[in-house]
Design a protein around this ligand. Structure first.
Ligand SMILES: Cc1cc2nc3c(=O)[nH]c(=O)nc-3n(C[C@H](O)[C@H](O)[C@H](O)COP(=O)(O)O)c2cc1C
Length: 186
């Protein structure tokens, strides 16, 4: 069974990314996995300064001291990380992207804190329109370069024409959660 960390990169607590995470988590828990969700909007996390001086203090991988330390701790406990994001400018939200950048500090101890080590990754994306392809390409390439298992993706498209009080069942996200660890994509 996997320890799954979901990084929620949405700024809206009860909107579409959150609905996808809820469905994904239900699926994953029903398959026996443990799911921890971190709402990044609640944390004080600065942007990467690009210093390349991390990896010198085991407890604080980055040179900056902020809530990223809680993310590092949860990330170290997890074997699967789910990147959950609204589609912003055909990419990750800024909330999520700055956390991805800050993960680099873990690779500064030794590459294996971030690269490889049997880790898996998945992507959840809520998009106002219908073109998440660029983000998919980025995610696939990131999985390849990090040498993580690519465990798949789910999208909820056309959210801008949906009613937030009446969000449809996120069946793809639920199934991704249920199947996680069981199916591997190329
Ligand atoms: C700054 C910004 C940029 C956006 N860029 C895109 C985009 O490139 N493509 C798209 O389909 N929707 C785009 N949207 C719409 C969001 O993807 C959509 O509203 C999504 O449901 C937001 O996630 P949330 O419901 O979790 O807040 C954008 C919205 C904002 C606020």
């Amino acid at each position: 069974m996997s320890q799954i960390l979901v990084l929620n990169g949405s700024a809206r607590p009860d909107a579409f990314t959150a609905a996808m995470i809820e469905a994904f988590s239900r699926g994953a828990r029903s398959a026996g996995h443990t799911v921890t969700v971190i709402a990044l909007r609640k944390l004080q996390i600065h942007s990467c300064t690009g210093c390349l001086m991390g990896g010198r203090d085991g407890e604080h991988p980055c040179t900056q001291r902020d809530d990223m330390d809680a993310v590092y701790a949860a990330f170290r406990r997890a074997d699967v990380t789910v990147f959950a994001t609204p589609l912003f400018f055909w990419s990750y939200s800024g909330l999520l992207k700055k956390v991805i950048d800050r993960l680099w500090a873990l690779a500064e101890y030794e590459r294996s804190e971030l690269i490889g080590r049997g880790r898996g990754g998945a992507l959840l994306v809520a998009a106002g329109g219908e073109h998440p392809e660029l983000l998919y390409t980025h995610f696939d390439y990131m999985m390849q370069r990090l040498a993580w298992r690519n465990l798949g993706k789910a999208a909820l498209l056309h959210t801008d024409s949906m009613d937030m009080q009446n969000i449809p069942a996120c069946e793809d996200a639920y199934l991704l959660g249920r199947m996680i660890g069981g199916v591997e994509e190329g």
